[in-house]
Design a protein. Sequence first.
Length: 428
Amino acid sequence: MQKHHSLKQWDKQYVWHPFTQMKDWDRQEPLVIDSADGIYLKSIDGDVYMDGVSSLWVNVHGHRHPKIDTAIKKQIDKISHSTLLGLANMPSIELAKRLVEIAPKGLSKVFYSDNGSTAVEIAIKMAYQYWQNIGQTKKTSIVHLSNSYHGDTLGSVSVGGIDLFHKVYRKLIFKTIALKAHGWPAVDELEQLLKKKSDKIAGLVVEPLVQGAAGMLMWPHGALKKIRALTKKYNVLLIVDEVATGFGRTGKMFACEHEGVSPDFLCLAKGITGGYLPLAATLTTQKVFDGFLFDYKEYKTFFHGHTYTGNPLACAAALANLDIFQKERTLEKLDPKINYLAKKLKMFYNLGSVAEVRQRGFMIGIELKGLPEHRLGARVCERIRQYGVILRPLGNVVVLMPPLSISTKEIDFLVQATYRSIEETYEK
């Protein structure tokens, strides 16, 4: 017990937590996770919690899945890392082939990195340089949604529009074009923009179907397909950020599949390794790839890379993740659970404190009424811990995003605990 107390003290003394107001953190006792099993986390104090947000949207098949555990252990016995700069390794080659096989048609090349921000930033840099390389040097602008979120590196912050996260960095980032509307009005705004300025626009970055960090905002059906048609018509590269929506979260392997869309860039991370290790991939087309094939002396190489690019351990975990999808028929088993969850979520409209419930697959946002400064989402997520559930809000939106392996019985528990926590938060 003394060791547990020391760990909590050391955490406060030495660790700076992400997206956390540390003044608030220092007032509370840290919840230190020690182990996990399935969809449950266990603290150093022995308390067990349901992982209601998949350890920040990454865990897919549950913690300690034997298939992924075994794959990583086997890879450790061979090699844990070697660089992709001038060398290749078996897991990265095999994974690239598998990703191309399951990705939307037309994507044929894989560039690795290690998180969602870099996956998007790589796509932006490739899109920009592609036009420079082939002589269309006026095409330099990047378009995005005004309330978008694509990560936290300065490049990805440049195409972000959530003031809470991004405003303070506005003087550090490059200029972009932000679409102010949402849904169909945003599509209309995009069309008018492309009619006037497509000769100066290199690419468009979008989150397909669901804008995650914006509060689980849902695109209307058909909007993504229309966006793809417009970018093709006006010769603008489409960058689709599936960092959050990929690997089954919306009910299909990739959200693009719902509308039969094949982008010029597909950005993947989070669930790619089943929630085990940092890995990201930016997929693109042969056309874009060919835009970088020149003699070295022309200096049109894509001069970008990361130390752990194509890490064999992470790629081995990702291969096992894809094996599980196939052998356990994960997506086939998911549809009934998505429908079951949809029926259960209707109960939240019985609460006067709930403004709206938004769902796409296993991505759920329950928006609460009230002022953001009242920390209602955070208070609900703090309260739900007494029921043995870990959640994390987005402002006034309570997010549910459990692992795909959750059972209907566990869905019942998660929904009931969330309902009670919202009810009790507003009673206080």
